[in-house]
Design a protein around this ligand. Structure first.
Ligand SMILES: Nc1nc2c(c(=O)[nH]1)N[C@H]1C(S)=C(S)[C@@H](COP(=O)(O)O)O[C@H]1N2
Ligand SMILES: [Mo]
Length: 368
């Protein structure tokens, strides 16, 4: 690959920076998760080729010239849009994260996964470009009694989610570009729904149909899946918002400090409710906290980088970060979260992560 390669690639010395999967997670290879290598990334934007990918039924190969978006239901004028037509509407670009509500699912009862790639790597953050959903809804003319919208995909999963009308009219978008180029096939090429701050599953990829109605459709993804089984046996439904969460990416699980001395503790924080207000860092398992520096820009429903200079004197430590968002919400410990949620939850684990640094400088995943 020489100078002038038609599409550039990272240096060959960076070949270990890659998405990784867990081969025992799914019984069939059409269902998969490829995790973002958070330990190797810098800043808040995830490179397109490293954005985590969660597929329920593989990646369809869609010709954008043949793709259509239908908007119908409780509307004055049902319309069928081509990609060319969608791209003529006034566009907006926004930087937002997408986090799978299953991020951290294996960590509910004990520390399991060895690296931050697998404990927190079902998240990515991109500059998304597209059309506000409210713009398209104006075009079709939504009836007054409309309260929900069904978003349906064109992949073999036939994934469908009911989205509250308030979200559709607030900041939801129909996006066709990501970090300067058309979205990747893995991210829903040629068109995906973006519901900023809502659990990954609500961001329907390969979007082909929007139906306006009065009630949620109770699809598989909002009944049998993506509900939270509470300790009293009830299932909490429509837990859309990704609550505030943070994690230290350096030093993190699997890494090795070669010598004592000065380092920078680095990490990421985010909230589906808005902006990150503050991040605290502890090196003694949460007994003492110090406020970390936030890197600008701090954007709403977007990854925020934090850092703290720190000197390691060779002692064993327990490293943690804790985010507080602009709503005042404080990221809970895993013990606090389990008290409310029990241990049978699958989704929505936003607990504080603990990394243990031993006297040899080895970092591992622990729960305390
Ligand atoms: N059509 C379709 N949309 C989908 C999915 C899917 O499998 N098919 N996966 C969902 C889930 S569970 C998540 S977490 C996000 C992941 O988005 P990404 O693959 O772009 O990271 O897409 C969501 N949208
Ligand atoms: Mo997901």
């Amino acid at each position: 690959m020489g100078v002038g390669a038609p599409y550039g690639q990272p240096s060959r010395f960076e070949s270990e920076v890659m998405r990784r999967d867990i081969d025992w997670l799914f019984p069939d290879e059409r269902a998969s998760v490829n995790f973002t290598p958070l330990q190797d990334l810098h800043g808040i934007v995830t490179p397109n080729g490293l954005h985590f990918a969660r597929h329920h039924a593989g990646v369809p190969d869609i010709n954008p010239d043949e793709h259509r978006l239908l908007i119908h239901g409780l509307v004055q004028r049902p319309l069928l849009f081509t990609m060319d037509e969608l791209m003529r509407f006034p566009s907006v670009s926004r930087i937002h994260f997408i986090e799978c509500s299953g991020n951290g699912t294996l960590e509910w009862t004990q520390a399991v996964m060895p690296t931050v790639q697998f404990t927190h790597g079902m998240i990515g953050c991109s500059e998304w470009t597209g059309v506000r959903l409210s713009t398209l809804l104006d075009e079709v003319g939504v009836d007054r009694q409309a309260r929900w919208i069904l978003a349906e995909s064109a992949d073999a999963a036939g994934l469908a989610r009911s989205i509250p009308m308030a979200k559709a009219l607030d900041d939801a978008m129909v996006v066709y570009a990501q970090n300067g180029e058309r979205i990747r096939p893995e991210q829903g090429y040629p068109l995906r729904l973006l519901c900023p701050g809502f659990e990954g599953n609500a961001n329907v990829k390969w979007l082909r149909r929007l139906e306006v109605g009065t009630r949620p459709w109770m699809t598989r993804e909002e009944t049998s899946r993506y509900t939270d089984l509470m300790p009293d046996g009830s299932a909490r439904q429509f837990t859309f918002v990704n609550e505030a969460k943070s994690v230290i990416t350096f030093p993190s699980g699997g890494q090795q400090l070669r010598e004592r001395g000065s380092y920078e503790i680095r990490g990421l924080a985010w909230s589906g409710r808005g902006k990150v207000k503050r991040v605290d860092v502890s090196v003694d398992g949460g007994n003492n906290w110090e406020t970390a520096k936030l890197q600008q820009p701090v954007l709403s429903k977007c990854l925020t980088s934090f850092r703290m200079t720190w000197t390691w004197q060779g002692e064993p430590l327990l490293l943690q970060s804790r985010v507080i968002d602009e709503s005042g919400y404080v990221q809970p410990t895993i013990r606090q979260l389990r008290k409310v949620r029990g241990t049978r939850s699958t989704y929505h684990n936003n607990a504080i992560q603990t990394w243990k640094l031993d006297v040899e400088g080895k970092v591992s995943n622990v729960q305390i």
